[in-house]
Design a protein around this ligand. Structure first.
Ligand SMILES: [Fe+2]
Length: 245
């Protein structure tokens, strides 16, 4: 089976459409989302709709959570808070109910999908360092985990010795799965990459060949930027897309 993994779409429909086109071309059998379908971007409802049409299995991200929970919103920075309030007003009752019903994690065919920190009392903690990766590995029974939240693509590998190695996914990355090792793949962000590469990211896992790929691809940033300005969202949320910040 070939699986596609997308995350942190953040209401960016131009990037999401490119992601689906790429995954169709790559002959992927099933697609999973590691959360944050909405927030920041100008097309939250359209993105929810496309996720549902394509039968993507999704977990909940902190922005998906915050549209239904004002306490979570209070933890956000100024730009994120302004955007989440705009997003809430631009989602239907049905969209909000769909997002509310998403699980924190999903297990399938020997892997687990989640947004931030797996099986933690604080599931929206960023996994940026080897220490946070170690906390995830400790909670992970499966050999493979796919997640997002940081918008930084890459892979943490726990060697048989217990040592953790990190590979960057800022450019195309290919990983061969080896027995005895565990892998935590940050699939990066479709709609708002923050690893210095403005190209969107996604991951493909081939369970027959036991190979994982992180793929980077371009989309029409100018179009998304113009929509962000037109919607009255903070201009910074559009500007950052050009530099992947
Ligand atoms: Fe996010």
């Amino acid at each position: 089976m070939r699986y596609g993994f997308i995350s942190d779409i953040h209401g960016n429909i131009e990037a999401l459409e490119e992601a689906f086109a790429l995954l169709t071309k790559a002959r992927v059998d099933k697609i999973f989302s590691a959360g944050d379908i909405v927030g920041y971007g100008p097309n939250p409802s359209e993105c929810v709709n496309l996720i549902r049409i394509n039968k993507v299995k999704s977990v909940i991200g902190n922005h998906d959570y915050a549209v239904n929970d004002k306490y979570e919103e209070n933890l956000f920075n100024t730009y994120a808070k302004e955007a989440i309030q705009w997003t809430r007003n631009n989602l239907s009752t049905d969209d909000l109910a769909f997002l509310k019903g998403l699980p924190f994690s999903l297990s399938h065919d020997g892997f687990v999908v989640f947004h931030g920190l797996l099986n933690s009392t604080s599931p929206f903690t960023y996994v940026l360092s080897d220490y946070e990766a170690w906390r995830c590995f400790k909670n992970m029974e499966a050999q493979l985990g796919f997640f997002g939240h940081t918008h930084i693509a890459g892979c943490f590998i726990m060697q048989t010795s217990g040592k953790i190695v990190h590979l960057s996914g800022a450019a195309h990355l290919q990983i061969e799965i080896e027995e005895g090792k565990k892998y935590l793949v940050n699939v990066g962000s479709v709609g708002q990459p923050r690893d210095g590469n403005p190209e969107s990211a996604l991951a493909i896992f081939d369970s027959d060949k036991m190979k994982i790929e992180i793929v980077r691809f371009s989309y029409d940033i100018e179009k998304t930027y113009a929509k962000i300005l037109k919607a009255g969202l903070p201009s910074f949320l559009g500007e950052r897309l050009f530099v992947g910040a």
